[in-house]
Each structure stands twice: as C-alpha cells, then as structure tokens.
Ligand binder design. Structure first.
Ligand SMILES: *Cc1c(COP(=O)(O)O)cnc(C)c1O
Length: 424
C-alpha cells in the first residue's frame, strides 16, 4: 500500500528503522491514553449519560439536559466545580476572550508571566490595536519574559504583581514560539508562587493543544480556569465547533453571563443537534491525542535522522502536540507542506502555495486537508517563509495517517533533492 500511495522503499526502510526505536515511547503514550480514556468514561457514567441527552434543542434552549450533562462531564474530567462547553463558543480565542472579559473590570491589570500571549490574544488584550479590545475598556496588560533557559523569572514576576493585578494568564503550549511547553505540574509551581504573593488573583490557563497529553491538567494544580478549543484535542476530531471553560463556580458563572447576557447566563444556548459529536469527540479525545503525539514523536525522530534540528527534540518529554522542524530553505518548507497535503484524506489533489496572510510580515504556507475546516487536531502544517524556515505541524486523527503524512513529507523532500537517502 505504501508503494501505491507513492512512498519509495528507502523512505519505508527509514521509517521502519525509526519506528523500531520508539516502541517504549509509544507504550508510555498508550498508558496515558488508557488512563485518560477511563477518566472520560468514568465522568460519562457518573453523570448517567443516556440516549435522550443526544436530542437536538432549538430556540432558547431552556432545560437542555444534554447540554447540562456535557458540561458536568467536562467539569468532572477537568476536576473543576463547573464548566461551560457549547457550540456558541466559536473557537479557542473566543473562549479565552470570554474568560478574560468576564473576569476583569476597568482599572484591572492582566499579567502574563510566561512571555507573549498567543497571537490572536494580542488583539483581544489590545497589545495590537483592535476594536473592542480590553485596552479600550481600560484594562492594562503586563508581561514577564521567560529566563534564557525557558524557566520562570520569579523575581520579575514578584515585581510585576501589583494592586491592580486581577488575572494571570498562563499559556501551557509554546504555540508557535520556541520556548518549552509547560507540564501541568510546572504550571502548578507558578500558580503556587503567584497565589503566595497575591492570594485573590485569578489564574487562567490557556490549555490549547495540551488536553490529554498528560494524566493531569492545570486545573489539578489550582488554576481557577482552564480554557481551550474543541477543534483541537478535546473535540477528538468530531466536534465541528466549540470551546470550553472549566473552573470554579464563580468564574464559570461570570463567563456564562458574559457569553450570553447578564441575567441569562448558562440557562440559554440551544445545542442545535451537535451534542452527539461533542460527546463522542470527547470520548475519542484521549486516543486521538495519543495518535497526534505519536505522530509528533515519530516526525522529530525521522527528521533528526535526516539531520534537521527539531523542537522539541526526538527524545524530549511532551506536554503538547505541536512539533517544529527547522527545514533551512524555502524549497524544503514547500516540499514538507506538499507532502502533508498529498497525504490528506480531503483535498489531497491541491498544492499549497505561500500567501500574504493578513497580520503576518512574511508569506505563510499552510497544508491541511481536514474533515472539519481549520481543525488542527487533524494532520496540518504551516510555516512563515523566512529563515530558518521552521515548519510547525500538529495532529493526526489516527497514528497510521500521521505516520503516512510524515513519510510522504520526507518523500517530497527527497523528490525535491533536499535530502538524499542513499545507504538506508
Ligand atoms: C489555537 C490556540 C489558540 C486559539 O484557538 P483558536 O481556536 O485558533 O481561536 C489560543 N492559544 C493557543 C496556545 C492555541 O494553540
């Protein structure tokens, strides 16, 4: 089948060689998935999930037992008092913006103690000017850079916390930066430190791409809110839209009033028939996340074998599903993305081209052929066309698809003359 799908014997041999080394890593990933599968199952059973919960509601959506059960299940999975999970939260950025706007008031300050916040949040906060930003509402922002070794700058953080500091945002995943992704435990250390300085400060963790990568979540270490997108890990590839906010009752209530309207809160929000996908997606999320993780580890080991620097490195412990590879030339970056696209189940026949994306200084090339538009738990890759020509990729609904995608990317690099595979 690999020959039928355009993979040469050299690439098959290289991938067999790399895969043999990874048996133990993969077993660890599977053990985590096993634990998380049981965690999700337990929450579904505890909340007596039943067929009637899958019924579609329309209009206001009062007394939507299915929606309420989904939110109770999420709260139990993340070990929080409450959760807000619904299709009315359109994406991760919307979930994060809802949480921020819900919990601060004019005169308050937001602190990021882990360097810059994710790109799209720059506009939410008003670091980049935007209509309706928190800055327009009189909310200020401060950030502390990480130390050169990627650690927390505790002295700077102690100095930055002031009487106006209301909310501390901690982004778990490196996103598209080259800094470490933090384990939930490491985030816990930071939470203890900040709460030690100012006990009533609220901690919000941007948990995007981190869900189910480990057995624990930042909410196990005192975060007031963990926030993320359903078209990443927790949607399991089936959720067609949505975001979640899990946290204390007080915070989640505030978010619900912000999302709908004061006085309405969590009581409205029809499920529009999406609950089967949201429930089943969560059920599949632990094994889907494991497939994405195996794909990332496999890719790092394949590309290191070919001499490309990888971040995280092939042997590094993982706390999110994003992999960066420094490809070193525009030809290599384009070939990599072509390979991912050629491997896709959807739109495999199109060729990705770099384009001038609004908000970016350099042309960006992207590859994705997904069932859910823009879903990044499905195999996808992108990178700006500038030195050192890093590609960032993530996802893989199944390990075998992720593996084929990486093999196909190597095949394209080989065809473009970027790598030679003699003697393998
Ligand atoms: C993807 C992501 C977001 C934003 O989510 P969208 O669904 O793209 O709006 C925020 N933070 C991090 C770390 C992310 O990876």
């Amino acid at each position: 089948m690999y020959t039928t799908l355009g993979i040469s014997p050299e690439v098959v041999r290289l991938s067999e060689k790399v895969e043999r080394k990874l048996a133990e890593r993969f077993e660890t990933i599977d053990r985590t998935a096993e634990y998380n599968q049981l965690k999700v199952l337990h929450a579904m059973q505890k909340n007596r999930l039943q067929e009637s919960h899958f019924a579609a509601t329309t209009g206001y959506g009062y007394n939507d037992a299915g929606r309420e059960t989904l939110e109770k299940i999420y709260a139990d999975v993340f070990h929080t008092e409450k959760a807000l999970v619904r299709p009315q939260i359109t994406c991760g950025t919307h979930a994060l913006a809802t949480a921020l706007f819900a919990c601060v008031r004019p005169g308050d300050e937001i602190l990021s103690p882990v360097g810059p916040v994710y790109d799209t949040l720059q506009e939410v906060i008003g670091i980049r000017e935007s209509i309706g930003s928190l800055k327009e509402w009189g909310v200020s922002y401060r950030e502390c850079a990480l130390l050169p070794d990627g650690g927390f700058d505790y002295d700077a953080i102690r100095e930055a916390v002031n009487p106006h500091t209301k909310l501390v945002e901690i982004q778990r995943s490196k996103g598209y930066l080259t800094r470490p992704t933090f384990s939930p435990e490491k985030i816990g250390e930071l939470i203890r430190f900040v709460k030690g300085i100012k006990p009533d400060v609220l901690i919000m963790v941007d948990n995007c791409y981190g869900e189910f990568v480990t057995r624990d979540e930042p909410s196990d270490y005192g975060a007031d809110m963990v926030v993320g997108s359903l078209i990443k890990n927790p949607g399991g590839g089936l959720a067609p839209i949505g975001g979640y906010i899990c946290g204390t009752e007080e915070c989640v209530n505030a978010c619900a009033y912000r999302l709908s309207a004061p006085g309405l809160g969590q009581e409205v929000g029809a499920n529009l028939g999406l609950l089967p996908s949201l429930m089943e997606g969560l059920f599949l999320a632990p094994t889907v996340t494991a497939s994405a993780l195996k794909t990332a580890v496999f890719a790092a080991n394949m590309y290191e074998e070919l001499g490309f620097p990888c971040f995280p490195s092939g042997d590094a412990e993982r706390f999110d599903i994003i992999q960066a590879v420094t490809l070193g030339s525009p030809e290599a970056l384009k070939a990599f993305c072509s390979g991912i696209q050629l491997a896709a189940p959807v739109d495999s026949f199109v060729t990705p081209e770099p384009w001038d994306m609004p908000g970016y200084d350099d042309p960006v090339i992207m590859a994705a052929g997904t069932f859910v538009s823009g879903s990044s738990i499905e195999l996808s890759a992108d990178g700006p066309l500038r030195p050192p020509y890093n590609v960032y990729f993530q996802g893989g609904l199944t390990w075998f698809h992720g593996k084929y995608g990486i093999m196909r990317s190597v095949e394209e690099l080989k065809r473009a003359g970027v790598v030679k595979l003699h003697g393998i």
